[in-house]
Design a binder for this molecule. Structure first.
Ligand SMILES: C[S@@+](CC[C@H](N)C(=O)[O-])C[C@H]1O[C@@H](n2cnc3c(N)ncnc32)[C@H](O)[C@@H]1O
Length: 207
């Protein structure tokens, strides 16, 4: 399993993250990025191609440094300055109220403790700042949910710890962030247990 996780999984992840079905959702979500930006769960840097032109510089964070050469090429191609921190999102090395935009795409499924990560997101966002979100998670359909529970262990083993059963929208709402816009839908041509998405943006209230 170690061989898979360390040598094969990064390529599987990079391939999965580049699937065309994710392109339009990434474009919609990241179009709102502005000001000082932090991306949690940078992965292989697939989002770099989708930030608006005015985002010239960003902080990024991930406990894994994946496919370093490929990611360096991607950073160079993006023309953006990327400050990468090899750290988990549960404890952010940034001051309170210091970012305009936090980005989390397909990451809350994989972190150890989503409540703690969202607590940190809340802390480092400026009042009025936004979390931009694109996540898969627990379906509201009991039949789909049963399959998600059955397959969760397999998904965790094959997907680098990724879980199928996180109630993303509820977790974000419980963090104190307030949704400005949110939609939930199944990705087309993706099995329903894997493709129930929460897409949107949530704001840290002003004062
Ligand atoms: C499915 S990938 C998504 C990558 C990227 N966000 C994207 O949309 O292409 C999930 C990422 O979350 C990272 N991750 C896992 N645990 C984490 C944690 N505790 N804090 C931050 N990132 C974490 C993984 O290393 C992986 O790169």
């Amino acid at each position: 399993m170690n061989f898979y996780r360390h040598y094969l999984f990064p390529y599987v992840l990079d391939w999965a993250m580049q699937q065309p079905v994710l392109k339009a959702p990434r474009q919609r979500v990241l179009a709102r990025a502005q000001g000082r930006v932090l991306e949690i769960g940078f992965g292989t840097g697939v989002n770099l191609a989708y930030y608006p032109d005015q985002v010239r510089e960003l902080e990024t964070l991930d406990p894994e440094s994946l496919l370093a050469k490929r990611v360096s090429r991607r950073i160079a191609q993006s023309g953006r300055k990327v400050h990468f921190h090899q750290l988990a999102g549960e404890s952010l090395p940034f001051a309170d109220n210091s970012f305009d935009t936090l980005v989390c795409t397909l990451t809350l499924c994989s972190v150890q403790d989503p409540q703690q990560v969202l607590g940190e997101v809340y802390r480092v966002l400026k009042p009025g700042g936004r979390l931009l979100l694109l996540e898969h998670g627990a379906s509201p359909d009991p039949k789909v949910q049963r399959w998600q529970h059955r397959l969760n262990g397999v998904q965790q083993a094959c997907g680098g710890g990724c879980q199928l059963i996180r109630p993303t929208k509820e977790l974000v709402a419980a963090s104190g962030l307030v949704f400005e816009q949110v939609s939930q839908y199944y990705l087309p041509k993706v099995p329903r247990f894997l493709g129930f998405m929460t897409e949107g943006c949530a704001c840290k209230p002003l004062g």
